[in-house]
Design a protein. Structure first.
Length: 95
């Protein structure tokens, strides 16, 4: 997800943790996320080592969980959905 200069301001404690544990490469942030699909609601659970654990309220069928994950992370970081990309692990829980 791309965060541009001073436009990024979030007060969430999870967003602060994301910023501390993510790696910035040319203004882009790279996270390792462990997804648990099929939850009752989408929420950030916390960290398990270096992995951000996220519950997603969508089944792991036909990219639904991946699409919901992208939309959820974009909403949490106040960026557009086109700014969030899954680099690897499209069919895995660890992305």
């Amino acid at each position: 997800m791309r965060v541009v200069g001073e436009e990024y301001r979030s007060e969430s404690r999870y967003n602060r943790q994301v910023n501390q544990k993510s790696r910035s490469i040319f203004g882009w942030y790279r996270l390792q996320v462990k997804v648990r699909p099929g939850a009752s609601r989408s929420t950030i659970v916390g960290y398990d080592g270096a992995e951000l654990k996220v519950d997603i309220a969508a089944p792991a069928v036909e990219r639904r969980a991946n699409d919901k994950l992208i939309a959820f992370l974009a909403d949490q970081q106040a960026v557009g959905v086109t700014s969030v990309v899954i680099l690897r692990g499209q069919s895995s829980r660890v992305k």
